[in-house]
Design a protein around this ligand. Structure first.
Ligand code: B12
Length: 212
């Protein structure tokens, strides 16, 4: 699927109504939701990040683009989350303490749900107690998301907190996380993107990584 230039620009410029219109039309035309997301929408939001880095745009513009993106993702959500079978396992996911980014986390939630997991979405700015409560409620895997170099340091304290609880598995991810970093802090798994998150969660549960 080629990049959808209209949609790309609508996200970059934060044109929410236009995003809704274009995504809805694409869905009505039977376009593939995951491809639309991966080929056009995520790269568009990354471009906004690059513009922020180079001082071309500021936080308010990033926020408007994020809202426009989320409006498009909301339309795609039912197509990404199919579900309908017995849950494979219970997973809880949250952005770590101090981190308010949630678009990537929300995509991971959708992919996990779509792959048969029961998912407890803990939201953003999650403290250790929030993860602890999720484990008390039956979570077998905790997924931690971080987008800032200043918040990724919040992952290790969570991992250390559950170090003596062998039954709890921890998978980490987010733009500032690498496989090496995940190993360094003692995580059980690392996922590059939303589909890779499913592989990582399945693997850390000892399940075949590919079959859903
Ligand atoms: C939108 C955005 C915002 C929005 C967030 C809105 C929201 N509801 O999420 C707002 C405006 C609030 C924001 C604020 C800030 N932001 Co900001 N933001 C972004 C931006 C442009 C896009 C993020 C995004 O949604 N990407 C798209 C999603 C789909 O990708 P993703 O999050 O990486 O997720 C994928 C993978 O990483 C992975 N994944 C994610 N989580 C997990 C978890 C697990 C377990 C797994 C396996 C995988 C996984 O799967 C996802 C799907 O494929 C990025 C730029 C960028 N390049 O990422 C900057 C960026 C992350 N922000 C940045 C900064 C600096 C900030 C602020 C500090 C700015 C400020 N001065 O106030 C604040 C911090 C607020 C806070 N305390 O969190 C920097 C971070 C730099 C750094 N290395 O630390 C970036 C990189 C911009 C830049 N180039 O400088 N931001």
């Amino acid at each position: 699927m080629p990049i959808n230039d209209g949609l790309y620009d609508a996200i970059v410029f934060g044109e929410r109504d236009q995003v809704v219109e274009i995504v809805q039309k694409a869905v009505d035309d039977g376009e593939d939701a995951a491809e639309l997301l991966n080929v056009t929408m995520i790269p568009a939001l990354r471009e906004v990040g690059d513009q922020f880095s180079s001082g071309e745009v500021f936080v308010p513009e990033m926020l408007v683009s994020a809202h426009a993106m989320q409006a498009g993702v909301d339309i795609l959500a039912p197509l990404l989350v199919k579900g309908g079978h017995e849950p494979i396992a219970r997973v809880a996911i949250g952005s770590v303490k101090g981190d308010l980014h949630d678009i990537g986390k929300n995509l991971v939630v959708m992919m996990l749900k779509g792959s048969g997991f029961e998912v407890d979405d803990l939201g953003v700015d999650c403290r250790i107690e929030t993860f602890e409560e999720a484990v008390d409620n039956g979570a077998q895997v905790l997924c931690l998301s971080a987008l800032l170099s200043t918040t990724r340091g919040e992952m290790k304290p969570v991992i250390d907190h559950f170090a003596n609880r062998d039954e709890v598995r921890i998978v980490v991810g987010g733009a500032v996380i690498t496989e090496d970093y995940a190993k360094q802090i003692g995580a059980d798994g690392f996922g590059e993107d939303a589909s890779d998150a499913v592989r990582a969660v399945r693997e850390c549960l000892g399940l075949d990584a590919t079959s859903a």
